[in-house]
Structures are given as C-alpha cells and as structure tokens.
Design a protein around this ligand. Structure first.
Ligand SMILES: [Zn+2]
Ligand SMILES: [Zn+2]
Ligand SMILES: [Zn+2]
Length: 413
C-alpha cells in the first residue's frame, strides 16, 4: 500500500498495489514522502495492525520505519515472509507481550533502548516501530517468563507529576529556589580576622580594602587568603555554602526538589530461545496475571481452622496503596519499582513464618500465632522501615482485618 498514493512510483517485481481495505495479508505500507509524526500515527491507528511493516522510500531514521531508502523493498519482503510463517493466534493477538515477540522475530531484531527526545519518557525501542504505548512493562513481563533477557540501559529521573523525563536539572538558591545564583569567593583578612564575600571588599588599585578595618589587602597568602566560596542568590540575596538542586519538568512545568525525584531504570531486551518457542507455539495468550493468591488462600484457610480448633490467634493485614487516583493511573512504571521495594521492606520487617502476597492494588500479610496486641508494634516497625527505605511515598495503608473480614477475604481469593 502506497501512502500517500503516487502513481509515478515504480513498484519492484513481485509486488502489487493494494488499498488499505483490500484484505490481503501481510502487506507493507510504503511511505512515498516524509510525513509528520501525527499523520503517521493516525495512519497506523487506521491500519490497526502492529505487525505490518512500514517503509519509507526516502531515507528516514524515525522509529516508525522498518527500513528506508534504497533496499527498503527487500527488507520489507523479508519481514513479510517471516510474518506469514507466524501462527494465526500471534498475528491476531492484541496482547502487547505477543506483539513484542512477533515484532522482534519478524524484524530479526533486538529490542534495543535508545534516547528519543520525541518521547515523554526520553527512551524508545526502534524495533517496536512506535506501535506500543508501554513497551517496557510488557517486556519486563516477558523477562519474568524467560522469553526475553534484559541488560541495563540507563537510569532516568521521572517527573512525579506527569511521569515524563524531559527534565531540566539546575542549581538553585536554598531560600527562594531561584536558579539565578552566583558563586562568590570568600576573603579572610588575617590581621583583623574579618571574613566575607569578596564583593564586600572595596576594590582599589593594588588590592582590596577590608570593610571592617579599612586596611588594604595586597598579597594573598600574606595579608589574606580565600578559604572557600559561597553561593549568593541574585534574586533574594541569601548566601549558602552550596547550591540546592532542583528539577523543572519541561513536560508539565512542575518544579520538584531533587530529594522527591523518583528514578526509572531502562533496559534493552533480547529474545531468548524460550521466547522463540513461545512465539511459535502461539504466544503467551490472554493477559492473565499469574495467580499468586493460591498459597495465601491455603494458609489463610489453615489459620482460620487452627484458631477455631486450638485457639491460636492469627492476624491478617490488608495493605492498600492509597495514593491519589491520578498518581495511580499514571503510576504504572514507577509503581512496580516502588512496590518491589515495599515488598522487600515487608519481608525484612516480618518474621520468616509470616506470608506476604500481592493482592489487587496492594498486599496481604498473614501473621500466624499473633494476637491483637502483638500486631501494633509490627505495623509501627513496617512504617518506620518504609520511611527509611522507600523514597517515593507509596501511600501504603495497613488495616488489621477482623475474623469476619478474614473469612470474607477467603471467599474473594
Ligand atoms: Zn512533569
Ligand atoms: Zn580587616
Ligand atoms: Zn534566593
């Protein structure tokens, strides 16, 4: 399919022209002139097939294109030949994990991360052709399934408000956070002991005049020295030893202190032999999270029985990530990292006999042989460790479940 349509283009042997709705598969979209990103995006949404190759007759190194310039027809042909051999399920799968496997296989490519300033996250994967919204999340799931292996690419700060990584890192005044600051030398007059910013000394020919004793300072090392420097704000005149560090998000304009800035690790990915096998066997299939609640269910069942039979008390804590709704929806990337940290903290704060599992938007904790009095210090301990270890407050709220609630929970699991 030629886009935009151009009847003067000679099609190589073996190719036929077709329209978008012709029903032929696989086909190739051939871009005859360079188009702006939004137009390409719209076209691809219309085609609505993340596997279809897109080539450009003119050289173009944007992620969209599988190939461009001379030789692009041959490369597209190679891709379509590999696509034709894929199982039907994979071709029609809307699961991002399947799409990644199918694209890497058909493009015979790795999912290599590179910086891309056209993306809010500042990183993209050319092999995916801009067809997936959150490729790293899906790729990380494939790593868990051993279908991909990954290697570290880079760690980027992300804006806590919009999750973007287009950030300006700057030195600022501690008092008013203006970036308009200057470093000034400090001058120390030996004879009278006065120490102050160099600009407080009047400069006259041959030296500096001490503002305290009016003596002239002529020889550094003999009359005076410069023991260091200070940061002076041009905006509010405050003076500090060091500048503060602040981040300004160029996406949403929010300002953040360096200490509040979460980071995100990016990886490059490679298909493993298991990945190829999964692909050729039809893909990972429906998006169903692996069921981790099973063991928890059994243990909870047992705890309830033991309490009834032997009066051995147990406690169940339900933890919910209670960040605001906006954070939760935009939060997926950060959330998984933060939640991993939270799980680490929980495991370290609990006894080896306690069980932790993820559940809905939070966690479940079962503490056998524990009465109501014993649980409060445990919660305090968890909260303490959490504040020490987890930099971005995950807003985890822990509730103690009553026996009735624990029984209800058993029904839900
Ligand atoms: Zn932002
Ligand atoms: Zn002096
Ligand atoms: Zn200031």
């Amino acid at each position: 399919m030629l886009f935009p349509r151009d009847d003067n283009i000679t099609i190589p042997d073996g190719w036929t022209k077709s329209g978008i709705d012709s029903g032929d598969w696989p086909f190739t979209i051939v871009m005859t002139t360079p188009l702006a990103d939004p137009l390409i995006d719209r076209l691809l949404k219309r085609v609505n097939d993340p596997l279809v190759p897109l080539i450009s007759l003119l050289p173009d190194d944007r992620d969209w294109f599988d190939a461009s310039g001379p030789g692009c027809w041959e490369q597209a042909l190679a891709i379509t030949e590999r696509l034709e051999k894929l199982p039907e399920q994979i071709r029609n799968s809307a699961n991002p994990e399947d799409i990644i496997l199918a694209r890497l296989h058909s493009r015979d490519a790795d999912m290599t991360a590179s910086y891309n300033t056209t993306q809010p996250g500042m990183v993209s994967y050319a092999a995916l052709g801009g067809r997936l919204d959150a490729p790293a999340e899906a790729a990380n799931k494939l790593v868990q399934r051993d279908c991909l292996s990954r290697s570290f690419f880079d760690r980027l700060h992300i804006c806590p408000q919009c999750r973007g990584s287009a950030l300006n890192v700057r030195e600022e005044c501690h008092a008013c956070r203006s970036p308009q600051i200057d470093e000034q030398a400090i001058v120390h007059h030996f004879r009278c002991g006065y120490e102050g910013l160099e600009k407080t000394f009047k400069r006259s020919d041959g030296g500096l005049q001490c503002p305290q004793c009016n003596d002239m300072l002529r020889h550094i090392g003999l009359d005076y020295d410069k023991p260091g420097s200070a940061i002076e704000c041009q905006s509010c005149n405050s003076i500090n030893d060091t500048p503060a560090i602040g981040f300004v998000c160029m996406g949403c304009r929010a300002w953040h202190d360096a200490a509040q800035m979460p980071v995100r690790d990016w990886f490059s990915y490679k298909m493993t032999p298991a990945g190829t096998r999964t692909l050729l066997a039809g893909g990972v299939g429906e998006l169903a999270p692996p069921d981790r609640s099973d063991t928890f269910k059994l243990i909870l069942q047992q705890a309830l029985q033991h309490e009834t039979a032997f009066q051995t008390p147990f406690q169940v804590l339900r933890g919910v990530f209670a960040g605001d709704a906006a954070t939760q929806t935009h939060n997926l990337r950060l959330a998984s990292r933060t939640e991993d940290l939270v799980m680490d903290v929980l495991r370290s704060a609990l006894r080896p006999v306690d069980t932790v599992t993820r559940h809905d938007n939070g966690v479940l904790i079962l503490l056998p042989h524990m009465d109501r009095e014993g649980i409060e210090p445990v919660i305090a301990e968890i909260e303490q460790r959490m504040s020490e270890v987890v930099r971005t407050d995950p807003g985890l709220r822990l509730d103690i479940l009553s026996r009735r609630e624990a029984e209800q929970l058993l029904e839900e699991l």
